[in-house]
Design a binder for this molecule. Structure first.
Ligand SMILES: Cc1ncc(C[n+]2csc(CCOP(=O)(O)OP(=O)(O)O)c2C)c(N)n1
Ligand code: SF4
Ligand code: SF4
Length: 765
C-alpha cells in the first residue's frame, strides 16, 4: 500500500494479515540481473506446472536497471488452484544466489518458521557460518531454518559456465524441495536447457548439462549452531558520509524498502540530486583488477574503456600522499610536463563489475610471463577493505589542473580528467558507456544532455540512483529524458532556449554597461570560449558581474542577474541508441541535423533495440539474427552517416573506441568544437551480440579491420579551408569479414539454423 501522507487517501493495512493455506509451497529466489535466476525459475515453474499434478504460479520482481540489479522470483505451487495476487511474504523456501545480498538486503524477513534456506556461498561448508552476518545468523536460529550451501560460482567456473549459476541453483532447488523425484527433475531440467539454449549451439547445452550433473556433489547441509557467533555486522545501505536526502530517501530505495516511503518524502517537482551511484556499493565483481607498477606504462587505456568509470588515475605532488594507506601504490609520473610528480591508478573495488575490459586492453605485458599484465584480475573479497580505504584516499587527492598542465587532446592525458558519469548500472562490460564517460571528462561541467529512452536512459536516470555526477565545484552535466521518439527535438529545444536566453542576456549587458562598467561588459561580450581556459575566465567574469548586481532593483538588472550564467558556453548533447536515431526518432533527428544549430548528437549504435531485448532496427547489419529478423536480416544497415553528410553542413564521424581510441578522442573534440550540428555514430558492443563482453573492444578492432566498420570524419570546416571534408581514418580491410562476424552469436546462429542462407548473406555482406 502507498503511504499517502500528503492527500491522506491511503488506507491502513495489517502487513501480517494472511489467509494463504499451509499446503501451498512458497519459494523465493534472490538473484542478480543477468545471472539467469529469473530464466531458470521460469523454467522451474513450467516444469512443475506441466510435469506434476500441482497448480503453479510464478511472479518476478526486478527493476528496469540493466544487469547487476537484484531480482526476486516468487514461486507458488500446490494441490489447489492458486488465487493469490500478492507477493510471497511467508516463504517456506528461500534461495539466495548472491552471498553479498546477506549484507545488503533483509533476505530472510519473509522466511517462515522451519523454512529451507539455500545459499550460494564462496565459503566452504566449514567456514560459511562464520562469514554470515550476525543478524542473519540470528534469524536462521530464531526461525529454525534448514541451511544448505553450495559454491555455485566454483561449479560454474569448473564446467565452463562463466558467471552463470542458474541451472546449478535450480538443480539444488529441485533436489532439496523434493517436488519431483530427483532423476525426473534432472531429466526435466535438461529438457528445459535444450529448449532454452538449443539454438545457441551444442557447446552451450553441453556445458549446462555438465553444471547440472556436478551441482549435487557440491551441495552441503550445514548444521546450524544454537547460538549466533558471527562478528560480521550488516553495513548501513549507504555510507554515513552520504548527504541527508540520500540517507533519508535514496538509501531506503537501495535497500528495497522504497515502497514504504511516505509520499511526502519524494521531491514534488521530480528533480533528484545527481551523483548518487557513488553511495550504492554493489560489490558485484567477483574479481577486480590489481595494478602492477613494474609493468604499467601509464597509457590510460584501461581508464578510457572502463564502462563504469571505476578505474581511475591521478598525478599528484608527492606531498599530497602524506597519510596514504599502507597499500596505496604510486610510481613516478611519465610526463615531461609533470616531472617529479607521482602517478597512481586506483580501482573502486566495490563498484567494479569485474567485466575485465580494462585488462583486455592493457598493452603492457610481462615478457617473462605473458599471462601477467600491468593489471590482472584477482578475487575481490580479500581486497575489499583495503580497496575501500585506498579509494577514499584517492578521491580526496587533488584533481589535475585542467588549464595550466597538459593539453587534454589525447588518451594518455585525458585519463587524468575526472569523469562526471560514474558507476552506472549498465551491463558489466557495456560498449555504450565508455563514450558517455569520455564526453563528461571533456565537457561535463558545461554539458546539457537530452537522453533518448533506451539503455542509456535506464542506466542513466533510473531511480534510485544516477551516475551523472558533479565536480567539487558542484558543476556537472544537467540531464533529462523526455521520450524515445522526440529526443532530437527535445535537445534542439534546449539549444534554442540557451541561444534565446544568451541573445537576451547579451542585450542586457550592453544596455546596462553604465552600471557594470565598459571593461567588464566588453570582455563579457567578446569572450573567446573555444577553450577550457576561456570558459573558466568567462565564469570568473560572471561572478564579477553578479557581484555588481547584488542590489539589482530594476527589472532589467534583475533579469540580468538571473540569466547571467547564460553568458557561459553550454555544450548540448543529444544521446540515444540506434532504435531512436535510425528508426523511431529519425524524423526529428533529420530535422535537427538540417537546422544548422550547434548540437552534438551521439548515437550509441548497438545495432539493435538493446534495452527491450534485442529487436532489429534499421542499424542491424545484413545477416544478423535479431528479434523480428529471426532468419538473418535480409537487407543492409542504413547508412546514417552518408545521409547526414549529404547536407554538407553537418559534422559526421563514425568511431569505435576499441579500434582507435585516438580517433574517438579526435572526433568527439571536433564534433564539440564545430559550430553547427554534429553526428557521431559510435560502435557499441552489447550483450545482445552474443559473446563474452570482455572481448568487446577486441571485437570493435576486428569490425574495423574487416572493413565492416570503417572509421571516418567529415568536417564541413575543412571544405571551407579548401581541404577535402572527408577523412577515412581506418586502413583497407586486412582480415576476412567472417573473422569478425563469426565471433558473435548474432551472426553465427544462422550458420547452425540455416547454413545455406548464412553463406548467401555473408557473401552479400
Ligand atoms: C514510442 C516508444 N516505443 C517503444 C518504447 C519502448 N522502448 C524503450 S527503450 C526501447 C529500445 C531502445 O533501443 P535503442 O534506441 O537502440 O537504444 P539501446 O537500448 O540499444 O541503447 C524501446 C523500444 C518507448 N519507450 N517509446
Ligand atoms: S573490470 Fe570492468 S568495471 Fe572493473 S575496472 Fe576493469 S573495466 Fe572497469
Ligand atoms: S547497450 Fe547492451 S550491454 Fe549496454 S546496458 Fe544496454 S543491453 Fe547492456
Amino acid at each position: 500500500g502507498i503511504n499517502d501522507d500528503v492527500t491522506h487517501t491511503s488506507l491502513d493495512f495489517d502487513p501480517a494479515f494472511d489467509i494463504e493455506s499451509d499446503d501451498i509451497v512458497r519459494a523465493m529466489f534472490w538473484g542478480l540481473g543477468s545471472d539467469g535466476t529469473v530464466g531458470a525459475n521460469k523454467n522451474s515453474i513450467k516444469i512443475i506446472g506441466e510435469e506434476t499434478p500441482f497448480y503453479a504460479q510464478g511472479y518476478f520482481v526486478y527493476d528496469s536497471k540493466k544487469a547487476g540489479a537484484r531480482t526476486i522470483s516468487h514461486l507458488r505451487f500446490g494441490s489447489n488452484p492458486i488465487h493469490s495476487t500478492y507477493l510471497i511474504h511467508r516463504a517456506n523456501f528461500v534461495a539466495v544466489h548472491q552471498f553479498v545480498f546477506l549484507e545488503r538486503y533483509n533476505v530472510l524477513d519473509n522466511a517462515a518458521n522451519g523454512a529451507t534456506f539455500l545459499l550460494n556461498s564462496p565459503y566452504g561448508p566449514d567456514e560459511v557460518w562464520d562469514q554470515i552476518p550476525r543478524p542473519v545468523q540470528e534469524q536462521i536460529i530464531e526461525k529454525n531454518l534448514k541451511l544448505y550451501v553450495i559454491d555455485a560460482a566454483a561449479v560454474a567456473k569448473e564446467t565452463g559456465m562463466g558467471a552463470r549459476i542458474n541451472t546449478i541453483m535450480q538443480t539444488c532447488f529441485f533436489a532439496i524441495s523434493g517436488v519431483l523425484p530427483q532423476d525426473e527433475a534432472i531429466a526435466q531440467i535438461k529438457h528445459a536447457i535444450q529448449k532454452t539454449y538449443g539454438k545457441r549451439g551444442e557447446a552451450v547445452v553441453r556445458k549446462n548439462y555438465a553444471a547440472v550433473d556436478s551441482a549435487l556433489a557440491h551441495l552441503h547441509e550445514i548444521s546450524v549452531p544454537d547460538q549466533a557467533t558471527g562478528s560480521i555486522q550488516k553495513p548501513p545501505p549507504v555510507p554515513a558520509a552520504a548527504p541527508e536526502f540520500v540517507q533519508a530517501v535514496t538509501a531506503k530505495m537501495i535497500a528495497g524498502d522504497g515502497d514504504m516511503l511516505p509520499v511526502s518524502a519524494l521531491p514534488a517537482d521530480g528533480t533528484y540530486p545527481t551523483g548518487t551511484t557513488q553511495w550504492e556499493k554493489r560489490n558485484i565483481g567477483l574479481e577486480v583488477p590489481v595494478w602492477e607498477t613494474d609493468l604499467c606504462i601509464q597509457c590510460g587505456k584501461c581508464v578510457m574503456v572502463c564502462p563504469h568509470a571505476v578505474i581511475r588515475s591521478k598525478v599528484v605532488e608527492e606531498s599530497a600522499l602524506e597519510g596514504a594507506p599502507a597499500g596505496f601504490l604510486t610510481m613516478d609520473a611519465k610526463w615531461r610536463e609533470l616531472k617529479g610528480q607521482k602517478y597512481t591508478l586506483q580501482v573502486a573495488v566495490e563498484d567494479c563489475t569485474g567485466c575485465t575490459l580494462c585488462v583486455e586492453v592493457c598493452p603492457a605485458v610481462d615478457r617473462q610471463n605473458p599471462e601477467r599484465k600491468a593489471i590482472n584480475m584477482h578475487p575481490q573479497l580479500p581486497l575489499r577493505e583495503e580497496g575501500r580505504q585506498n579509494w577514499d584516499f584517492f578521491l580526496n587527492l587533488p584533481e589535475i589542473d585542467r588549464v595550466d598542465t597538459l593539453k587534454f587532446t589525447n588518451v594518455k592525458n585525458s585519463q587524468l580528467l575526472e569523469p562526471l558519469f560514474e558507476f552506472s548500472g549498465a551491463c558489466p562490460g557495456c560498449g555504450e558507456t565508455p563514450y558517455i564517460s569520455l564526453v563528461t571528462r571533456l565537457f561535463g561541467d558545461h554539458a546539457i544532455v537530452a537522453n533518448a529512452t533506451g539503455c542509456s536512459s535506464i542506466y542513466g536516470g533510473n531511480l534510485p540512483t544516477t551516475p551523472w555526477s558533479q565536480n567539487k565545484d558542484g558543476r556537472g552535466p544537467a540531464w533529462s529524458n523526455s521520450l524515445f521518439e522526440d529526443n532530437a527535438e527535445f535537445g534542439l529545444g534546449m539549444r534554442l532556449t540557451i541561444d534565446k536566453q544568451s541573445i537576451y542576456v547579451r542585450e542586457l549587458v550592453d544596455r546596462l554597461r553604465g552600471e557594470i562598467g565598459d571593461d567588464l561588459a566588453d570582455s563579457l561580450l567578446s569572450a573567446d570560449q573555444s577553450t577550457e581556459a576561456g570558459i573558466i575566465a568567462q565564469r570568473e567574469r560572471v561572478v564579477a558581474l553578479k557581484d555588481k548586481l547584488v542590489n539589482a532593483a530594476t527589472p532589467a538588472e534583475k533579469d540580468l542577474l538571473s540569466l547571467a550564467d547564460m553568458l557561459v558556453k553550454k555544450s548540448v548533447w543529444i544521446i540515444g541508441g540506434d532504435g531512436w536515431a535510425y528508426d523511431i526518432g529519425y524524423g526529428g533527428l533529420d530535422h535537427v541535423l538540417a537546422s544548422g544549430r550547434n548540437v552534438n548528437v551521439l548515437v550509441l549504435d548497438t545495432e539493435v533495440y538493446s534495452n527491450t531485448g534485442g529487436q532489429s532496427s534499421k542499424a542491424t547489419p545484413l545477416g544478423a539474427v535479431a528479434k523480428f529478423a529471426a532468419s538473418g536480416k535480409p537487407n543492409d544497415k542504413k547508412d546514417l552517416g552518408m545521409m547526414a553528410m549529404s547536407y554538407g553542413t553537418v559534422y559526421v564521424a563514425q568511431i569505435a573506441m576499441g579500434a582507435s581510441d585516438s580517433q574517438t578522442m579526435k572526433a568527439i573534440l571536433e564534433a564539440e568544437a564545430y559550430d553547427g550540428p554534429s553526428l557521431i555514430i559510435a560502435y557499441s558492443h552489447c550483450i545482445a551480440h552474443g559473446y563474452d563482453m570482455a572481448q568487446g573492444m577486441n571485437q570493435q578492432k576486428l569490425a574495423t579491420q574487416s572493413g565492416y566498420w570503417p572509421l571516418y570524419r567529415f568536417n564541413p570546416e575543412w571544405r571551407a579551408q579548401g581541404k577535402k571534408p572527408l577523412k577515412l581514418d581506418s586502413k583497407a580491410p586486412k582480415i576476412p569479414l567472417e573473422d569478425y562476424m563469426y565471433n558473435e552469436n548474432r551472426f553465427r546462429m544462422l550458420t547452425k539454423s540455416n547454413p545455406e542462407r548464412a553463406k548467401k548473406l555473408l557473401a552479400d555482406a
